[in-house]
Design a protein around this ligand. Structure first.
Ligand code: PGA
Length: 265
């Protein structure tokens, strides 16, 4: 089954030359794999300043048809005075096809509320971008809310998808990313597939109850490396993984792709 590997470069790498280096390594890897690489789909979400250049590289070489372009964020409005923001129409003109919505760094470090996340999700859908909607609890401590982290996840799911039609929710990829498992969180440890599946079950049930949706596509994200990627990709419920820190380490990322190819084929 074809798996999706989403590279969230965050605010990295420092230079365009390094960004080109990562893509060259992936290109070399794909050319060495020939037909086996067909089992993989890749999405690169570079910092906005590299988007145009990454778009050009993705159209050439072995990356063409296997890799698509993503953005890390989107403005909630399509036009108007919004200092520092980049609109959906601007992204689509650059060839962007996916956009990360509600990443925990935006929610918790930059104060993005559920309401803002919801508006950005609607902006992505309005512009026919595929939203990669990030959901995840900050800790596994009990409460608040009263039902502990499980209720937190239910409430975050409801607030994030509020006011959408079932068809729109069905167009989203949902990335379960527990904040405590993201590599830059102090003391981070990766989740396990078994535990992540329980959380996915909570989100799935909430979406099924609210939207009668049975077939949501889920990704896992949080400290994915070459050591644990195989275990997550082997789980049929995960359509792929969202890779942060390891996606800007070209040696590690190519190892991740190698494992993904073996799991998928
Ligand atoms: P990480 O980041 O792989 O570095 O933990 C994942 C993410 O934040 O999307």
């Amino acid at each position: 089954m074809k798996k999706l590997i989403v590279a969230n470069w965050k605010m990295n790498p420092a230079t365009l030359a390094e960004a080109q280096g990562i893509l060259e390594s992936v290109d070399d890897f794909l050319s060495s794999q020939e037909a086996r690489a067909e089992e993989l789909s890749l999405v690169f979400c570079p910092p906005f300043v590299f988007t145009e250049e990454v778009a050009k590289i993705l159209q050439s070489s072995h990356l063409a048809h296997r890799a698509q372009l993503g953005a890390q964020d989107i403005a909630m409005d399509d036009t108007g005075a919004m200092t520092g923001e980049v609109s959906g129409p601007m992204l689509t003109k650059l060839g962007v096809q996916y956009v990360i919505i509600g990443h925990s760094e935006r929610r918790w470090k930059l104060g993005e509320s559920d309401d803002v996340v919801n508006k950005k999700l609607k902006a992505a859908l309005r512009n026919e971008l595929i939203p990669i909607v990030c959901l995840g609890e900050r800790t596994r401590n009990t409460g608040p809310p009263a039902g502990g982290w499980q209720d937190f996840l239910r409430q975050q799911t409801t607030a994030t998808f509020a006011g959408l039609l079932a068809d729109d929710v069905g167009r989203c990829l949902v990335a379960y990313e527990p904040v405590w498992a993201i590599s830059t969180t102090p003391g981070a440890r990766p989740d396990t597939p078994v535990s992540a599946l329980q959380s996915v079950g909570i989100i799935r049930d909430r979406l099924a109850t609210s939207y009668k949706l049975q077939a949501t596509s889920f990704l896992y994200g949080g400290s994915i490396t070459a050591v644990n990627v195989g275990a997550f990709l082997a789980v049929p419920e995960f359509s792929g993984v969202l890779v942060g820190g390891a996606s800007v380490n070209k040696e590690e990322f190519v190892k991740i792709l190698g494992i993904a190819v073996s799991v998928s084929s």
